[in-house]
Design a protein around this ligand. Structure first.
Ligand code: ECB
Length: 141
């Protein structure tokens, strides 16, 4: 296990989130709500098995996977797209050093996310097309 992301985290900064939502074609009204939200990330990590819960007062999003095992993702309640993760067995959630990297193959080019720990904080880099959003979470409790 290269890094331990587990715990309950609260969003502290959210750089370029609205640009990221625009790249995902999220409409104006939903963007305005989404950028005003506090987000809590609950991560459960058991070896290479992960459970991510992204919680807010508006919508929640949950994703479970095992590192190195392909899966289909449906971004229900977000931008509602179907994505293949690891479809070719070349694109998977993998560890790149201490970064957990997910490539989301689908309609949108260059869609991916990366998680890592830095200075006791949880980082999430969300990429779509040429937009990179950086979210920083601090430990809750
Ligand atoms: C679930 C809280 C945010 C609700 C925003 C509502 C609508 C926005 C529509 C589309 C936005 C697409 C992504 C939102 C950004 C963060 C949510 C989770 C992103 C994600 O893929 O998290 C991964 C990595 O932590 C685990 O699923």
């Amino acid at each position: 296990m290269p890094a331990d992301l587990s715990g309950k985290w609260i969003l502290e900064t959210n750089d370029k989130f609205e640009e990221y939502l625009k790249a995902l074609d999220v409409d104006f009204a939903t963007r305005k709500i989404a950028i005003s939200l506090s987000q809590t990330k609950v991560v459960k990590q058991d070896g290479d098995k992960f459970e991510f819960k992204t919680l807010s007062t508006f919508r929640n999003y949950e994703l479970s996977f095992t590192v190195g095992v392909e899966f289909d993702e449906h971004t229900k309640g977000l931008d509602n797209r179907n994505i293949k993760v690891g479809q070719t067995y070349e694109i998977l959630v993998t560890w790149e050093g201490d970064k957990l990297v997910c490539t989301q193959k689908g309609e949108k080019a260059n869609r991916a996310w990366k998680h890592w720990i830095e200075g006791g904080k949880l980082y999430l880099e969300l990429t779509c097309e040429d937009v990179v959003c950086i979210q920083v979470f601090k430990r809750k409790e």
